[in-house]
Write a protein that binds this ligand. Structure first.
Ligand SMILES: [Zn+2]
Length: 347
């Protein structure tokens, strides 16, 4: 049985349009008043955007309704869907905790509130009826000042039972203005033993080799094989994994055709760089992880063997998967046809 690991999914983009629509119908009809019916809303919510900035703007719509009170509602539906439709055994969920705190509070008050958000997300992610190993990645954000981003790292250190790493989000073109700051933040995180990933080399404007040595995994990173293949040897030597999210690049206008990803996979396989295939925003795209896999096969971007290599890489690079092996090897003993239990069931 194939069970999967998802390493790159945003809490804000993980709400599928139907669940969001139902939520608005029940609790915030003003936010959907301009849509005559669900299909119009779905079109609006999932249609491709011209730039990464426009695309990220949509996250604020969901962030505005994901509060400490409503997070369990959304997370329950997220895990239910991930278990039933996506066969996930492992899920790292990422978000910026500061952006889930009440806007009217002062900055120090909002920083203090972040711990509560992490706890609420952590508790809501443990559902006995949908047993998925989950952990959180806390995202620093380009819109937030140094003190808040440093507090996000401290929060990761203090909440190891819920948090497995940190990230930076908000558009990779904006790092340049404060590059020294981002380097010092990542250096600080590594000095405290925090696992690191970061949205980097996603767009052509987001290529900063100075940040690469601080990352254990690279969020997207597709511009490395596309534009700077000479960096791949170092990426391989550092054992860094690329979190490639195929549908994203079409929704953000970063790529025109999914087949452009063939070069990404070919170059990485040649250089010995691992790739984990991820969804990024499965809800916003309305594309679940198994369909990301299937699309790559359909377009002849990868082979079945390569797909399985990527699926295994995802478990190897997972920050909080507690076993040495992917789940298939744990389950195969149970599911062997000669198992006495199965024979008994046949009688
Ligand atoms: Zn992302």
């Amino acid at each position: 049985m194939a069970l999967y690991a998802e390493l790159h999914r945003h809490l804000g983009g993980s709400v599928v349009p139907r669940v969001l629509w139902r939520y608005f119908e029940r609790h915030a009809t003003d936010l959907i008043a301009r849509f005559a019916e669900y299909s119009e809303f779905e079109d609006f919510y999932t249609r491709p955007r011209n730039t990464l900035d426009e695309y990220l703007e949509l996250h604020t719509l969901v962030e505005s309704v994901q509060t400490v009170e409503t997070l369990p509602y959304f997370i329950y539906r997220l895990l239910r869907g991930a278990y039933i439709f996506e066969n996930l055994a492992y899920l790292e969920l990422r978000y910026t905790p500061y952006l889930r705190t009440p806007e009217h509070l002062s900055q120090p008050e909002r920083i203090d509130k972040m711990a509560e958000i992490v706890e609420v997300v952590g508790k809501a992610s443990h559902l006995p009826e949908y047993p998925i190993v989950t952990s959180q990645i806390l995202c620093m954000h380009t819109r937030l000042p140094l003190e808040v981003n440093r507090a996000i790292i401290d929060l990761a250190v203090q909440n190891k039972q819920y948090v497995c790493g940190i990230d930076v989000a908000g558009g990779d073109r904006y790092y340049e203005e404060r590059l020294d700051e981002w380097i010092s933040l990542y250096d600080y995180a590594r000095s405290l033993g925090v696992n690191t990933t970061g949205h980097l080399y996603e767009t052509t404007a987001g290529c900063y080799p100075q940040l690469l040595p601080y990352l254990m995994r690279i969020g997207h990173g597709i511009q490395i094989p596309l534009l700077y293949p000479e960096l791949l040897a170092d990426v391989a030597r550092r054992g860094q994994c690329l979190e490639v999210c195929p549908t994203t690049y079409l929704k953000t206008g970063t790529l025109e055709d999914i087949r452009q990803l063939k070069l990404v996979f070919d170059q990485c396989f040649d250089a010995g760089v691992d790739i984990a295939i991820c969804t990024d925003n499965a809800g916003l795209h309305n594309v679940r992880l198994p369909f990301e896999y299937e699309n790559l096969l359909t377009y002849d971007i990868i082979s079945f063997g390569q797909l399985q290599a990527c699926q295994n890489a995802a478990f190897r690079h997972a920050f909080a998967w507690p076993y040495a092996q992917p789940p298939a090897s744990l389950l195969s003993g149970l599911l062997k046809p000669e198992s006495p239990k199965v024979l008994a069931m046949r009688d």
